[in-house]
Write a protein that binds this ligand. Structure first.
Ligand code: IPM
Ligand code: MG
Length: 370
């Protein structure tokens, strides 16, 4: 296999610790899995601000644009609460998403059998759960203009964000959802708030139209996003693929994460459109969880979402399906053996550290590969 370049952006908080575990997995695949990944390190978020006064430097931005895939940890923390809004840690992540045009965010929520007891929901509600949230990632209220706080001059201020979607944005994200549904259980649930929002009315229309234009073999269902949140907790197994906008997708994917036992379990892939010439997509892979500054440096962080995000890179950027399956199996086996970081441990149960989970997954890879 030709050499592939990965840009590693560990970020802040637990980001660097969990990225260390991914490095071990990358090294294992290079030594035993027939891959040839080269890696470069960059800074993003608060760590980039401390070094350059920016949430990502132009140099690292160019590296991200050129990389075969970006592997991203997490950003943010109380240390940077008071930095100017434009250079806050999250701005680095949002710039990467926007400039790389990563409009499709895939957030699978899978309940590993060994973790069915770790969820706050009853076992029969989440056992065997396998859903995929497809979140629109470069539009909506995250990026709409105007976005500002206006001084009204009468002692009052006005905070404004703009929710805005164009037809093409809704069409391309729904196509991604329909195509992924075909590789799974062939059902898409689209979520919006058409009862209150004009952007929701358009969202509903365009998803329906796109479905008519070549995806009628896929079952399509529409749900108001608030009802969708309720149904996710009531009976999540009714869903296969959920497609929704940027803000609803942010919230619903945190809800979905907890179904699986812990936010520390959920990986994600953010993909751009295939390049017209090469067919390759720009891509960034990141765990759904944040930088967890409260546990940074204590060895308590769960590296599984981060490692599984690298697994998604194997699958979606490099079409190394067998390698991706092997890594998923190694994660499942590690959990089967009862290894647990604090977030997924039974109450009063034994826990292991970030490094121990990473080492165990690498050992499982070795055992599985024979
Ligand atoms: C996520 C995060 C980000 C988001 C933050 C860190 C900007 O919550 O990826 O879900 O809101 O998209
Ligand atoms: Mg979020």
């Amino acid at each position: 296999m030709a050499s592939q370049n990965l840009l590693l952006l560990p970020g802040d908080g637990i980001g660097p610790e969990i990225m260390e575990e991914v490095k071990k997995v990358i090294a294992w695949f290079n030594a035993h899995g027939g891959t040839d990944f080269s890696t470069e390190d960059g800074l993003v978020g608060g760590s980039a601000y401390d070094a350059h006064g920016q949430s990502i430097s132009e140099d690292d931005m160019s590296k991200a644009m050129a990389a075969d895939a970006v592997i991203f940890g997490a950003v943010g923390g109380p240390k940077w609460d008071t930095v100017p809004y434009e250079v806050r840690p999250e701005a680095g992540l949002l710039r990467l998403r926007k400039d790389m045009e990563l409009f499709a965010n895939l957030r699978p929520a899978i309940c590993y059998p060994a973790l069915a007891d770790a969820s706050s929901l009853k076992k029969d509600v989440i056992e065997g759960l396998d859903i995929l949230i497809v979140r629109e990632l470069t539009g909506g209220v995250y990026f709409g203009e105007p976005k500002e706080i206006v001084d009204l001059g009468n002692g009052q201020k006005r905070g404004i964000d703009t929710q805005v979607y164009d037809t093409y944005e809704i069409e391309r994200i729904s196509k991604v959802a329909f195509e992924l549904a075909r590789t799974r259980n062939n059902k898409v649930t689209s979520m919006e708030k058409r009862n209150v929002m004009k952007s929701g009315v358009l969202w509903n229309e365009v998803v329906t139209q796109t479905h008519k234009n070549g995806y009628e073999d896929v079952t399509l269902e529409h749900m108001l996003a608030d009802a969708g949140g309720m149904q996710l907790v009531r009976w999540p197994k009714q869903f296969d693929v959920i497609v929704t906008d940027n803000l609803f997708g942010d919230m619903l994917s945190d809800v979905a994460a907890m179904l699986t036992g812990s936010l520390g379990m959920l990986p994600s892939a953010s993909l751009g459109a295939p390049d017209a010439k090469t067919g390759k997509r720009k891509a960034l892979y990141e765990p759904v969880h944040g930088s967890a500054p409260d546990i940074a440096g204590t060895g308590a962080a769960n590296p599984i979402a981060m490692i599984a995000s690298f697994g998604m890179a194997l699958r979606y950027s490099f079409e190394l399906v067998e390698a991706a399956d092997l890594l998923d199996k190694a994660i499942a086996n590690t959990l089967d053996k009862g290894l647990r970081t604090k977030d997924i441990a039974a109450q009063g149960g034994a826990t292991v550290t970030t490094v121990e989970i990473g080492d165990a997954i690498v050992a499982e890879l070795g055992a599985l590969a024979g």
